[in-house]
Design a protein around this ligand. Structure first.
Ligand code: SF4
Length: 215
């Protein structure tokens, strides 16, 4: 109950005072289904999941990040001529994103979400990339039902069983990706390729932005 009250309080604050933003920038989506597509990225602060392989640890603590209104974020996206926004984190679903989605959608932007599914859903999305993390439950079946993309990070061969269990929960037309943990990718790639060739529901996600040295 205490956690629920804190959640509701946090959401209220976010909706009224703006959203804590780690960074926003215009770039190419580096990984998954939209790899290579240009988009305006909004990286929101806050995450409780503490994944060991997280490459955005600076986003975990919301404190100190400036609050942005949906209108500010919309105007910045439009200033680049963006046609799509990627909302990511941190775990963006720590915040109530109804107002942000409404504002961006009204401006004609397509809305792509990256989430671990560890928080309840808000907002209205054109594309949901669900990236569940081992040991961190997906809190709502709605995430599995509405995911358009499933992306599982593989740290070792033992993670294939987790990936298959998650793939069994999403809809049949959800596009499923395996992605090697960046630090292990050289060692894991042969295993990953072999696995995908033998299990063709999966596709390979590469972190091309890191290969190119762009954000
Ligand atoms: S859910 Fe994402 S942002 Fe949060 S700790 Fe895990 S990898 Fe990092």
């Amino acid at each position: 109950m205490e956690k629920e009250q804190r959640d509701i309080g946090g959401r209220k604050l976010a909706a009224e005072a703006g959203l804590p933003v780690v960074e926003c920038f215009y770039s190419l989506q580096g990984e998954g289904f939209h790899s290579g597509w240009p988009a305006f990225f909004i990286r929101l602060a806050g995450c409780r999941n503490a994944c060991a392989f997280c490459d955005t640890k600076e986003s975990w603590d919301e404190a100190g990040y400036p609050l942005h209104s949906p209108e500010d974020l919309r105007d910045e996206a439009l200033s680049f001529g963006a046609s799509a926004c990627v909302v990511t984190g941190g775990e963006p679903m720590l915040h109530d994103l109804d107002a942000l989605c409404g504002c961006l959608r009204k401006a004609g932007l397509r809305l792509w979400l990256e989430t671990s599914g560890s928080e309840p859903m808000s907002g209205n999305w054109d594309w949901i990339c669900l990236s569940p993390k081992k040991g961190i439950p997906v809190v709502d079946k709605a995430w599995y039902d509405s995911a358009t993309e499933l992306k599982v990070v593989i740290e070792s061969e033992a993670d294939f069983a987790f990936a298959e269990a998650e793939a069994g929960k999403v809809c049949g037309d959800c596009v499923c990706f395996l992605q090697a943990e960046w630090g292990m990718s050289q060692d894991l790639m042969p295993v990953l390729l072999d696995y995908i060739l033998r299990h063709p529901r999966w596709k390979l996600s590469l972190q091309t932005h890191k290969m190119l040295g762009v954000r």
